[in-house]
Every structure is written in structure tokens, then in C-alpha cells.
Design a protein around this ligand. Structure first.
Ligand code: CBF
Length: 838
């Protein structure tokens, strides 16, 4: 309050508050002002990057004005807010998104042209904000877009990694990781020098009694690292709401280096504290669906949870409400188990610092949190060793033990005869060393737990969390099927298709209510519409072909069938099945006469995705794809009949070029392993069909678009256990076609066969855990069906248009409304209600 401008001076303030540009002239003025002053460049020294910087700053100014108002408005309204805690936010580029969301891209395009630049070239200058690994991080980014677009009072909380996900280079067919330093110039963040939090690590726990006999517990000693807030504005689409994403950076608490050490010549150790503190937010762990139990990762998790909770609690305390109101004001969503330490941290704040009694505090805590599970893969379920936690967070470990004790007492009372149940649901796994099971803590400390697609939500209830359904009842568990933002994944990535749809639906309103897409079915037989729809697909394929040429040197024919699989490389996602299928196709083509070959549907098989640096098998798959590509792409017999492309460094901005360009995309995980998948939605929304297994959101996509519009194959999740069992305990004969593929690899056709022995042996000798051989036959037959169907242009067009029209369900807006309704109990806030806060 002291910091606010006194009433008599506010009139002047309001009079001079900057106004957002609305015309081309005003926009050009803003760019030039920023280039000449903020950047200290001139018209003799203005390249595309400087123009990007000027444009970004001009748009940033626009966002900031609404951002300030949104924050004031939300503070004034004093209603419940959502806090989305995610260790990953895969935001991609911000400029194009900002232009479209504030509905000024036309102005920018003309203004930039007037200054001699093409808007596409300027947009490309921006470095992706790649603070995530894959689906989980991108989902968080889509949710932020929807939260703002729907005017929900919401904040994201994450870490400001200095290095995002590594850049991938392919050298001699191998993945090489290069650091991604993205902060050279980042106009989209604001360091809040006044928002810092001291975060404690290590130390010990003291207990004492005060004069009134009350017990106190305090965590003392250890070391302190400072968290500094960096805020990123998140604009909604065609609304004045601009929400906040707060990312924490780490710094030495004193903020300075040790001058005494420096003076006495100990130069290196004088900066050691500073460096060690900064390490916490230095780098994103590059593992997708895999946890490795590293101390630094646990430090990152606590650092970010503690800073975020301090901030949330500080904001709540300003309202001067009673603590019991906390869950009515605050909903915290845990994006996977990574932020689970927020649960014992809030309990610690309430009990140790605010003096609430345990039960009262626990009641508040367990009504505040919701937990989203994103995987059933055992290797991805986080567990932290008890000794490590004891060392790093001694008070939290005590709290976790106390939570566990109370929980187990409750289970014992409710199920007195079931001794084994206790050890199965205990937060502490009695292994050596003992481990803290984070998912169990997250379930116990949350009021709702959700999966991310129907099959996945059913599976968590019947497998990994079965006992908790018994303990808490089924109502605690729910499903929110994932979605994507149509603003980025249609309007931004595929502007021509968005415009075509808008021309038929009477404007771009469908981007805010995607169910309106169904009206497109009325146009499915319209000749002109179909033609234009096909032309757009072709143009998008030409755009991708150009990118392929620039990045790999390989020419591909845009008239060929583009078959795309882009996602993290993982055995369960089965890029190996795809490349074996490609080899099978190659062998078939080789066996044909040139005349026969000419009759085949030409294909371009496109792969992209990063492997975790320590994931050797995934790297082997990348290597195989590249080696197969080398051979096929240079085989004169084959020519355009088949090309194999591995696109380096797949990221969000590349996905924006890739997704609109598919004819077929592959979502072919072993049934029951892919929680949802979200690129499946992006591809279909952009007029591509899917080849997929009955897994994750493929199932609901099928339900929505119709079985006749998707190419499903393979075994079902319910059969997986038995099939695995058969591999281990019964004689297994390899499918004949697959055996030929393996023989070809073994023969050295694709280079040193020994490089691939482990990959093939995993299937032939070690149980084929991902059931590649079981699904191979059905996969290649389905691929042949795709070839046949593709030949019939009219049939293909009908399928693709119908599918787009039926994708309304998969908007992230629908997800957010479901979360808001079923889990958070929050209401949107009208952004036009603009008032003074003091
Ligand atoms: O729910 C979002 C996505 O999360 C993952 O990427 C994850 O990291 N666990 C899953 O693998 C995807 O299936 C899911 O769509």
C-alpha cells in the first residue's frame, strides 16, 4: 500500500498511461523507437534479429499493459486462483502467438513489410523457450494458453533453467547433444528484483517447549539459496486477460562472492558458493518418462516448490483471511509428482511457522492440492531415497513419516484384517535403502487424482493405484482427457486452414469454441471446399519439403504420402516398429520390377525426436533410422518410391511446420503405455489421418472421428500381460517378414550390424517387452491398407475433412473447464471489470 501513488496524483498517472498501438503507423513507430533507443541500433545497423527484437518489444509493451490490469483485477476480485506447478513449460516461440492473441498480426505483417522485412523471417529469429522434455511440458504450455483465453485467474510456477532441453545434432547418424543457451536475449521475461525467497537445505530439526508447554519444531542450520522471480506474461486469445508464469532462478543468498577469499588469492573458491547456488536452476533434466534419483534434481524440486508456496502463502496472507479459507482461495495442481514436496512444505509452513495444529493444517493441505498422473511406466514413477531426503530436507522427511503414520493408522482401522495392504500403500517402501514413493504421497495429500485419457485413468485405478481406490473409494480418482490449444496448433501453425474454416463457419469464433468445427461436415461434399482443403495440405507439404531440403539436403516429393512420427524416442513409443516397417517396405520395393515400383504409392517416412542422453537403446534407434535413410535415399532403384528422413532437433517451432504437413502420423505405442499423447490430436486437427494402437487418447479420437477414419492395429492393453508372459515362458516364433528385416540388418546392409545387435536381441532373445513382434504383422498390413486408401483421393479427402470436423472435443479449453469444475472449483474473472486495487 505504501508503494501506491496517492489519490490526488492518480489523475495525472492515468492521463499519461501508455496506450497500446492499434494502427500500422503506431506499430512502426514503436518498432523504430525500440530499435533506436532500447537496442541502440540504427537504420544502418538493423538486421532481421534487431527487427525481431524491436517487434517483440513493441508487442511486449502491449501485453504488459493488459498484464498489469489483469493482475490488479485479480487481486481486487480476491477470488479463488489456480496455481499450476510444473517443472516443465515447453512454451516454444512467443512473438507469433502474441501477435495472433492480440489480433494484430495483419498490422505487424504490413508494418514489417513497410520497413522491408517479411513477418515469417522475423518470427523465425526467436529462440524457442524449450523448458520441457515432451508431452508433459507442452501440455502445461497449452493449459496456460487456455487458462488465459478463458479468463481464469491462474498462475504457472516453474523453474527458470538457464539451459533448456539440449539441442540435438545428428553427426554420422548419431545423436550429439549441444547445450541450449536460450537467454542471450529474452524480451519475454521480467526479473522481479524485489521478489526473492530464501530457500533452506540440509541442517537439522530442533524441538522445544515454550512457557505455556506448547511443543515447537524448527528446521535450523544448513545452507540458504535465494530464489529470484522472473515473470513471463501469458496472453489469452482475443481477451484482455494476461496471466503470469513465474519462473524461479537461483542465486547465492548473499548475492555476492566471498571478497575476503578473493583478496587472499583464493580466486576459485571465492565464487564457489555463488556457482553452487546457481547450479540449481542451471539445467533441465533431459529425461522424459524416466527418473534417475539425482540429488540436484531433488534440490530443484524443493527449491521451486518452496519458493512457489512461499509466494502463494504470502499472497493469501495479504487478504487477512482465516487459514481455514485457504482451500477456498487457492487451488494447486501438481503436474505429475515432480512438485509433490509442496505437500509436506505447506504442512510445515502451517504447523511449524504459522502454529496451526497438525489436523487443522492437514485438513487445509489435503483440500488444496490436486494431482495429475501422466504415466504408468514403472521407471518414471518417482521415488527418493530416505537417506538422501534425511540429509537434504530433514524436517520434510519427519513430516512425511507423520503423514504416513496417520494414513496407515486410518487404513488399519478401516481394513483391520489386511496387514499386507499396509505395506503396499505405505509412502515408505521398505527396500534398501528405504524409498519415499512420491506418487503415494501425492495421492494421500490431494483431494483429487486424475489421469489424462480414459484408458489411462482406468489403468491407474486398476494397476498402480488400485489399493488407493480401495482405501479412498473411486470418487477420488477421475479423468481429464488431454487437449491442445487450437490457437497455436491450428491458427498459428496452419493459418490457411484456419482461414478456410473461418470462411465457412462465419469467423474465427471456433478457435474459442472448437465444438463448432462440427459444422464443417456440411461442407464435406462441397467441391470447391474439398479442392481448397487439399491445396492447403499440399502447400503445407511443400513447406515441410523445403525445410527438409534446407536441413538435410534431401529432396522429397510433396506429392508422396508423408508418413510422420515425431515425439521423444522411447522404446515404448516404438519408433523401432516404424523403422522395421520401413525396411520391410524397402525389401518389397527392391523385389519389384521398375514398372511395378512405379505403381506403388510413393512415401516419405519422416522421423524426429530426442533421446535422453543416457538412454542407449533409444540412441541406437536414432542411429538405425539414419543408417537406413542413408541406404534407401541413395538407392537408385528406389528413387522417389521411398525416402527416409530424420529431422534434427525436433522442437515446438518445428512441430508447427511438421504437424500441418502429414498425410499419416504414427502413434504406435505398446497398448497401455502411452498415457494420452497429444501430437495425435495436433495431426488430425490439421487434416492428417492416424495409424495407431488402441492406446491413450487414440481411443477417444477414434470414438469422436469414427472407426472408419483411423487406421488402428495391434494388440489391446488387456492382452499385453499374457503376451509378455508367452514371450518368456513359451517357444516364440518370429514373424516371417520381421525375420527378413532382421536378417537384412544382420547382413550389414545398414552398416556395422553389431551396432544393432542389442536392439534386435531385445526382441528375439530378451522377451520383446514392447511386443514389436506381436504387432508387426498387423502393422504392415495396416500400412498396405493406408496405401490403398490413399490412392483414392476422394475417399481420403472425405476422411480427413470429417476428422477435422469431429476434433472439437480435443481443445485444451475443454480440459481447463473440466479441471475448473471437477477439481479446482474456480470461476473465470471478467477482464473488463477494471478497478483500482487500493
Ligand atoms: O499428459 C501429457 C503427456 O505426458 C507424457 O508426455 C509424460 O511425460 N508422462 C506422456 O508420456 C504422454 O502420454 C502425455 O500425453
Amino acid at each position: 500500500v505504501e508503494a501506491s501513488i496517492p489519490e490526488p496524483q492518480r489523475a495525472a498517472w492515468r492521463k499519461y498511461t501508455p496506450q497500446p498501438f492499434t494502427t500500422q503507423e503506431e506499430f512502426e513507430k514503436e518498432i523504430i523507437r525500440h530499435i533506436e533507443t532500447t537496442l541502440a541500433r540504427s537504420l544502418y545497423n538493423c538486421d532481421e534479429f534487431a527487427t525481431y527484437a524491436g517487434t517483440a518489444l513493441a508487442f511486449r509493451d502491449r501485453l504488459v499493459l493488459d498484464w498489469n490490469k489483469t493482475q490488479q483485477n485479480q487481486t481486487f476480485a480476491d477470488q479463488k486462483r489456480v496455481y499450476y506447478l510444473s517443472l516443465e513449460f515447453l512454451m516454444g516461440r512467443a512473438l507469433d502467438n502474441a501477435m495472433l492473441n492480440v489480433d494484430q498480426k495483419d498490422v505487424a505483417t504490413k508494418g514489417l513489410a513497410d520497413l522491408g522485412f517479411r513477418v515469417e523471417d522475423i518470427i523465425k529469429q526467436e529462440h524457442d523457450a524449450a523448458l520441457g522434455n515432451g508431452g508433459l511440458g507442452r501440455l502445461a504450455a497449452c493449459f496456460l494458453d487456455s487458462l488465459a483465453s478463458l479468463n481464469y485467474p491462474a498462475w504457472g510456477y516453474g523453474l527458470r533453467y538457464r539451459y533448456g532441453i539440449f539441442k540435438q545434432e545428428i553427426i554420422d547418424g548419431y545423436q550429439v547433444e549441444v547445450p541450449d543457451y536460450w537467454l542471450d536475449f529474452n524480451p519475454w521475461e521480467f526479473q522481479r528484483h524485489d521478489v526473492t525467497v530464501d530457500i533452506q537445505f540440509y541442517g537439522h530439526v530442533d524441538r522445544w517447549q515454550d512457557e505455556e508447554g506448547k511443543q515447537h519444531t524448527e528446521w535450523v542450520g544448513g545452507e540458504i539459496v535465494q530464489a529470484v522471480a522472473f515473470d513471463v506474461p501469458v496472453p489469452g486469445y482475443k481477451t484482455a486477460t494476461v496471466n503470469n508464469l513465474r519462473l524461479w532462478g537461483s542465486k547465492a543468498a548473499s548475492g555476492e562472492f566471498d571478497f575476503q577469499k578473493f583478496n587472499s588469492g583464493e580466486y576459485e573458491s571465492s565464487v564457489a558458493d555463488q556457482q553452487s547456488a546457481e547450479t540449481i536452476s542451471a539445467v533441465l533434466y533431459p529425461n522424459d518418462n524416466l527418473e534417475r534419483g539425482k540429488e540436484l534434481r531433488l534440490k530443484q524440486q524443493y527449491f521451486w516448490c518452496a519458493a512457489s508456496l512461499y509466494d502463494i502463502v504470502r499472497r493469501f496472507k495479504k487478504t487477512k483471511r482465516a487459514w481455514k479459507d485457504f482451500p477456498n482461495q487457492v487451488a494447486i495442481q501438481l503436474n505429475d509428482t515432480h512438485p509433490t514436496l509442496a505437500i509436506p512444505e505447506l504442512q510445515r509452513i502451517l504447523v511449524d511457522i504459522e502454529g496451526l495444529d497438525w489436523d487443522e493444517a492437514w485438513h487445509i493441505v489435503s483440500k488444496t492440492f490436486g494431482y495429475t498422473n501422466h504415466t504408468v511406466l514403472p521407471e518414471a514413477l518417482e521415488k527418493w531415497s530416505v537417506p538422501l531426503m534425511q540429509h537434504l530436507l530433514p524436517r520434510h522427511l519427519q513430516i512425511i513419516y507423520d503423514i504416513n503414520l496417520q494414513f496407515l493408522q486410518f487404513v488399519e482401522r478401516t481394513f483391520p484384517k489386511e496387514r499386507e495392504l499396509l505395506s503396499r500403500v505405505s509412502i515408505i517402501e521398505e527396500s534398501s535403502p528405504k524409498m519415499v514413493r512420491m506418487a503415494f504421497l501425492a495421492i494421500i495429500g490431494s483431494h483429487k487424482v486424475n489421469g489424462v485419457a480414459e484408458l489411462h485413468s482406468d489403468l491407474i485405478k486398476s494397476t498402480i493405484f488400485k489399493d488407493f481406490v480401495k482405501v479412498f473409494g473411486p470418487d477420488k480418482f477421475t479423468n481429464v482427457t488431454n487437449g491442445i490449444t487450437p490457437r497455436r496448433w491450428l491458427h498459428q501453425a496452419n493459418p490457411r486452414l484456419s482461414a478456410l474454416i473461418a470462411s465457412k463457419l462465419g469467423g474465427h469464433e471456433f478457435l474459442k469454441d472448437l465444438t463448432q468445427l462440427h459444422k464443417l461436415e456440411e461442407w464435406v461434399d462441397d467441391k470447391e471446399f474439398r479442392k481448397e482443403f487439399r491445396e492447403i495440405k499440399y502447400a503445407n507439404k511443400v513447406r515441410l519439403a523445403k525445410h527438409i531440403k534446407e536441413s538435410t539436403g534431401i529432396t522429397v516429393n510433396p506429392a508422396a504420402l508423408f508418413d510422420i512420427q515425431v515425439k521423444r524416442i522411447h522404446e515404448y513409443k516404438r519408433q523401432q516398429l516404424n523403422i522395421f516397417g520401413v525396411i520391410h517396405r524397402y525389401l518389397q520395393l527392391k523385389a519389384m520390377t521398375p514398372e511395378e515400383r512405379k505403381k506403388q504409392v510413393p512415401r516419405v517416412s519422416i522421423f524426429g525426436g530426442k533421446a535422453a542422453p543416457g538412454y542407449w537403446m533409444a540412441k541406437t534407434v536414432i542411429h538405425l533410422i539414419n543408417k537406413v535413410g542413408d541406404v534407401i535415399n541413395n538407392d537408385q532403384d528406389i528413387g522417389d518410391a521411398l525416402k527416409v528422413i530424420f529431422l534434427e532437433d525436433y522442437n515446438v517451432s518445428k512441430a508447427e511446420i511438421i504437424c500441418p504437413a502429414s498425410d499419416i502420423s504414427e502413434h504406435i505405442s505398446t497398448a497401455g503405455t502411452e498415457a494420452s499423447g497429444t501430437s495425435n490430436m495436433k495431426f488430425v486437427l490439421n487434416g492428417g489421418l492416424i495409424i495407431g494402437t488402441c492406446d491413450g487418447a487414440n481411443i477417444e479420437i477414434t470414438r469422436e472421428i469414427g472407426q472408419e477414419n483411423i487406421f488402428l492395429f495391434g494388440n489391446l492393453a488387456e492382452n499385453v500381460d499374457e503376451l509378455r508372459h508367452n514371450h518368456v515362458y513359451k517357444q516364440y516364433v518370429l514373424d516371417e517378414s520381421l525375420a527378413k528385416v532382421f536378417d537384412t540388418i544382420h547382413s550389414g546392409t545398414f552398416g556395422d550390424a553389431s551396432s544393432f545387435t542389442a536392439l534386435l536381441n531385445g526382441i528375439v532373445e530378451h522377451g520383446d517387452y514392447y511386443l514389436v513382434s506381436d504387432d508387426f504383422d498387423s502393422y504392415i498390413k495396416t500400412q498396405s491398407l493406408i496405401d490403398e486408401t490413399y490412392k483414392n483421393v476422394e475417399e481420403w479427402t472425405t476422411k480427413t475433412i470429417t476428422s477435422v470436423a469431429r476434433m472439437g472435443f480435443f481443445t485444451a479449453d475443454r480440459c481447463i473447464e473440466e479441471y475448473a469444475d471437477m477439481i479446482w472449483n474456480v470461476e473465470p474473472l471478467n477482464p473488463t471489470k477494471e478497478k483500482d486495487t487500493v
